[in-house]
Write a new protein. Structure first.
Length: 102
DNA sequence: TTAGTGACCGACT
DNA sequence: CAGTCGGCCACTA
Protein backbone atom coordinates (compact mmCIF):
# COMPACT_ATOMS: atom_id res chain seq x y z
CA UNK A 1 0.00 0.00 0.00
CA UNK A 2 1.44 3.33 -1.02
CA UNK A 3 0.45 6.74 0.26
CA UNK A 4 -1.77 7.66 -2.65
CA UNK A 5 -3.95 4.57 -2.41
CA UNK A 6 -4.28 5.10 1.32
CA UNK A 7 -5.16 8.74 0.82
CA UNK A 8 -7.80 8.00 -1.80
CA UNK A 9 -9.44 5.56 0.59
CA UNK A 10 -9.45 8.13 3.39
CA UNK A 11 -10.91 10.76 1.07
CA UNK A 12 -13.84 8.53 0.15
CA UNK A 13 -14.64 7.72 3.76
CA UNK A 14 -14.39 11.39 4.64
CA UNK A 15 -17.25 12.09 2.23
CA UNK A 16 -19.74 9.57 3.60
CA UNK A 17 -22.59 11.81 4.78
CA UNK A 18 -23.89 11.71 8.34
CA UNK A 19 -26.78 9.34 8.78
CA UNK A 20 -25.52 7.02 6.05
CA UNK A 21 -23.10 4.11 5.77
CA UNK A 22 -20.92 2.59 3.07
CA UNK A 23 -19.31 -0.82 2.81
CA UNK A 24 -15.64 -1.78 2.65
CA UNK A 25 -16.09 -2.96 -0.92
CA UNK A 26 -17.93 0.16 -2.05
CA UNK A 27 -15.34 2.43 -0.47
CA UNK A 28 -12.62 0.55 -2.33
CA UNK A 29 -14.47 0.91 -5.64
CA UNK A 30 -15.09 4.62 -5.15
CA UNK A 31 -11.39 5.00 -4.38
CA UNK A 32 -10.65 3.41 -7.74
CA UNK A 33 -9.41 0.21 -6.12
CA UNK A 34 -11.88 -2.58 -6.88
CA UNK A 35 -10.99 -5.76 -5.01
CA UNK A 36 -9.31 -3.92 -2.18
CA UNK A 37 -12.07 -4.25 0.39
CA UNK A 38 -9.76 -5.90 2.90
CA UNK A 39 -7.34 -3.05 2.62
CA UNK A 40 -9.98 -0.55 3.56
CA UNK A 41 -10.22 -2.45 6.82
CA UNK A 42 -6.45 -2.48 7.08
CA UNK A 43 -6.28 1.29 6.69
CA UNK A 44 -8.96 1.84 9.30
CA UNK A 45 -7.23 -0.46 11.76
CA UNK A 46 -4.13 1.70 11.58
CA UNK A 47 -6.02 4.94 11.99
CA UNK A 48 -4.59 7.38 14.55
CA UNK A 49 -6.58 7.63 17.76
CA UNK A 50 -7.25 11.33 17.23
CA UNK A 51 -8.55 10.93 13.69
CA UNK A 52 -11.65 12.92 12.80
CA UNK A 53 -12.53 10.46 10.05
CA UNK A 54 -16.06 9.02 10.24
CA UNK A 55 -14.70 5.45 10.36
CA UNK A 56 -17.88 4.22 12.05
CA UNK A 57 -19.84 4.76 8.83
CA UNK A 58 -18.02 1.85 7.16
CA UNK A 59 -19.62 -1.58 7.65
CA UNK A 60 -19.51 -4.85 5.73
CA UNK A 61 -21.61 -5.86 2.74
CA UNK A 62 -23.98 -7.79 4.96
CA UNK A 63 -24.97 -4.63 6.76
CA UNK A 64 -23.20 -5.74 9.91
CA UNK A 65 -20.45 -4.21 12.02
CA UNK A 66 -17.26 -6.16 11.38
CA UNK A 67 -16.34 -6.52 15.04
CA UNK A 68 -17.42 -9.30 17.37
CA UNK A 69 -20.52 -8.12 19.27
CA UNK A 70 -18.84 -8.54 22.64
CA UNK A 71 -16.05 -6.02 22.02
CA UNK A 72 -15.76 -2.39 23.08
CA UNK A 73 -15.08 -1.51 19.47
CA UNK A 74 -18.39 -2.99 18.41
CA UNK A 75 -20.22 -1.01 21.07
CA UNK A 76 -18.38 2.17 20.15
CA UNK A 77 -19.26 1.90 16.46
CA UNK A 78 -22.84 0.95 17.15
CA UNK A 79 -23.25 3.80 19.60
CA UNK A 80 -21.94 6.31 17.08
CA UNK A 81 -24.27 5.08 14.36
CA UNK A 82 -27.25 5.05 16.69
CA UNK A 83 -26.39 8.61 17.68
CA UNK A 84 -26.74 9.57 14.01
CA UNK A 85 -30.23 8.13 13.90
CA UNK A 86 -29.57 4.80 12.22
CA UNK A 87 -31.81 1.97 13.34
CA UNK A 88 -30.44 -1.53 13.88
CA UNK A 89 -32.57 -4.57 13.16
CA UNK A 90 -31.19 -7.84 14.51
CA UNK A 91 -27.68 -6.40 14.85
CA UNK A 92 -27.84 -5.27 11.23
CA UNK A 93 -28.14 -1.97 9.45
CA UNK A 94 -30.75 -2.08 6.64
CA UNK A 95 -28.59 -1.15 3.65
CA UNK A 96 -31.81 -0.67 1.69
CA UNK A 97 -32.33 2.44 3.72
CA UNK A 98 -28.96 3.78 4.80
CA UNK A 99 -26.46 2.80 2.11
CA UNK A 100 -24.69 5.83 0.67
CA UNK A 101 -25.58 6.26 -3.01
CA UNK A 102 -25.16 9.27 -5.24
C1' DT B 1 10.87 -16.60 -0.18
C1' DT B 2 7.00 -18.64 1.88
C1' DA B 3 3.02 -19.27 4.56
C1' DG B 4 -0.35 -17.30 7.41
C1' DT B 5 -3.50 -13.52 8.30
C1' DG B 6 -7.22 -10.02 7.96
C1' DA B 7 -12.53 -4.05 10.63
C1' DC B 8 -13.81 -8.29 3.12
C1' DC B 9 -16.95 -10.14 -0.84
C1' DG B 10 -19.86 -12.87 -3.87
C1' DA B 11 -21.54 -17.11 -5.29
C1' DC B 12 -23.46 -21.19 -3.87
C1' DT B 13 -25.47 -24.74 -0.96
C1' DC C 1 -32.02 -17.05 6.30
C1' DA C 2 -27.24 -19.14 7.82
C1' DG C 3 -22.98 -21.43 6.74
C1' DT C 4 -19.12 -22.68 3.43
C1' DC C 5 -15.82 -21.82 0.07
C1' DG C 6 -12.70 -19.69 -2.98
C1' DG C 7 -10.85 -15.48 -4.33
C1' DC C 8 -8.81 -11.34 -3.05
C1' DC C 9 -3.96 -8.74 -2.04
C1' DA C 10 -0.72 -6.17 1.05
C1' DC C 11 1.45 -7.00 5.31
C1' DT C 12 4.23 -9.72 8.59
C1' DA C 13 6.93 -13.20 10.89
Amino acid sequence: MNEITTQSILMVIRDIPEGFVSTYGDVAKRAGLPGYARHVGYVLKNLPENSQLPWHRVINSQGKISFPTDTVQYREQRQRLTAEGLIFTNNRIPLRKYLWRD
